[in-house]
Ligand binder design. Structure first.
Ligand code: GDP
Ligand code: IMO
Ligand code: MG
Length: 423
């Protein structure tokens, strides 16, 4: 049995949560492999909407095992909030959700450091989600992290050492927290750590590999997107983890030769939230229209998402890095009204045309080159089969498949589970 991976090819918020939920019935295990509560994965079914942050999007389908892998960073307080809401809604999470011992914990002081680091950067700030993601991964790589398995092993000492290091750093940044505020944060955090003990904390790498040996199948759920990958994204305006397929190997303990299909998910246009370059960004009425029609506001932070046309240079690069075998196109319905749709097929870099993603995509170095395609101007959100697709939409799909040399296996025409068309 193989492991399939579903991940974002753009700057996040492609619709990963929705499609993981749709695909889950075909798998036995669903696992998150990186990121943390910086993610906001939205699902809709039966007239209800859910936003998941640390918990895999397979939890709504009965009898499936869900795993938070070692590559994830976990905030106990946010986890408890999220988990309790699901449990109160009747989801039997304590039975189906497992957490890896090697998952790193986000401490209250990690969040304070995230804010202080951003302040120190001034205008060059990354526009992080403020969830302590960068400082937690920094500690992991610097070999100073506190892991979930540590809560059973000399925890007060491990916690205390990390806390002191963080307070020293915060003092250097002129951001020493108020003692009472910190005490409150820590009390809440410790309570949430106790709550974590109500869950099965496992050797995630064995859970996954034992499942495979027993003939079961695994779906890995990415967070963020390839353009936010710490190695291949628009560095330094990225997140602090490997969001690409390789991240599923290190973030779960899966050997590369076990990877089967890689589902690369993208919007029919493109969005980004936070700072950093975005070659196809629209600053005009069209950008605003895409934002309004697509409800492009952060699932968690409510921040306005920056909107632009689809970027095929970036997508080709993402397909290459991830080894994408099947594409999934989301939010096609958002473009239903547009008479003309643009797609960036190349960049002009220093006056020369290139279809290769360059080292820097800063706006003073890169100019997007567009082709124009006729819009379909037909409402698509009620469609249930590709037989109903208008000609112009089929032409758009054929154009993308040719440009990207990869088949589009699924088209999404609305936020609900049912608004998903397989081809
Ligand atoms: P994720 O982080 O990749 O899981 O994506 P988000 O949940 O942050 O953002 C995707 C948003 O688009 C959510 O509000 C979804 O409910 C919504 N959505 C997903 N697919 C579609 C679609 O095909 N059409 C429309 N109109 N909305 C969609
Ligand atoms: P999902 O999984 C969109 C962005 C932030 C910021 C940068 C670094 O819902 O697609 P961080 O807090 O990770 O240090 O912030 O990454 N970012 C996301 N943008 N979707 C996400 O997750 C994101 N997670 C982080 O806005 O620019
Ligand atoms: Mg999101």
């Amino acid at each position: 049995m193989k492991v399939d991976v579903l991940l974002g090819l753009q700057w996040g918020d492609e619709g990963k949560g929705k499609v993981v939920d749709v695909l889950t019935p075909r798998y036995d295990v669903v696992a998150r492999f990186q990121g943390g509560p910086n993610a906001g994965h939205t699902l809709e079914f039966d007239g209800k909407k859910y936003v998941l942050r640390s918990i895999p999007s397979g939890v709504f389908q009965n009898e499936k095992t869900n795993l938070i892998g070692n590559g994830v960073v976990l905030d106990p307080v946010l986890f408890m909030e999220e988990a309790e809401a699901l449990c109160n809604g009747g989801i039997d999470l304590k039975r189906t959700l497992k957490l890896s011992k090697k998952t790193h914990l986000i401490l209250p002081t990690h969040r304070l450091l995230d804010a202080a680091n951003e302040r120190a950067k001034g205008d060059a700030k990354i526009g992080t989600t403020g969830k302590g993601i960068g400082p937690t991964y920094t500690d992991k790589i610097a070999r100073n992290g506190v892991r979930l398995g540590d809560i059973y092993d000399n925890f007060p000492e491990k916690y205390g050492m990390a806390r002191q290091r963080h307070l020293d750093r915060l003092a250097q940044l002129g951001a020493t927290p108020d003692a009472d505020d910190l005490k409150n944060l820590e009390e809440k955090w410790m309570k949430a750590v106790e709550y974590l003990k109500e869950y099965e904390i496992v050797d995630g790498e064995f859970l996954v590999n034992d499942a495979l040996a027993a003939g079961q199948s695994v779906l890995c759920e990415g967070a963020q997107g390839t353009m936010l990958d710490v190695d291949f994204g628009s560095y330094p305006f990225v997140t602090s983890s490997n969001t690409v397929t390789a991240g599923a190997c290190t973030g779960l303990g899966i050997a590369p030769n076990k990877i089967g299909d890689v589902f690369g998910i993208f919007k029919a246009y493109c969005t980004r939230v936070g700072s950093g370059p975005f070659p196809t960004e629209l600053f005009d009425e069209t950008g605003k229209r895409i934002r309004d029609l697509g409800h492009e506001y952060g699932a968690v932070t409510g921040r306005e998402r920056r909107c632009g046309w689809i970027d095929l240079v970036a997508l080709r690069y993402a397909i290459m890095i991830n080894g994408v075998t099947k594409l999934i196109m989301m939010k096609s319905d958002v473009l239903d009204d547009f008479p003309v749709i643009k797609a960036c097929t190349a960049y002009r870099v220093n006056g020369e045309l290139t279809d290769r993603f360059p080292f820097s995509i800063d706006s003073d170095k890169v100019e997007p080159v567009y082709v124009e395609l006729p819009g379909w101007q037909t409402p698509m959100s009620g469609m249930t089969s590709e037989k109903e697709f208008p000609k112009e939409f089929n032409d758009y799909i054929a154009f993308l498949e040719k440009e990207l040399a990869t088949p589009i296996a699924i088209v999404s025409v609305g936020p609900d589970r049912t608004q998903t068309i397989e081809r």
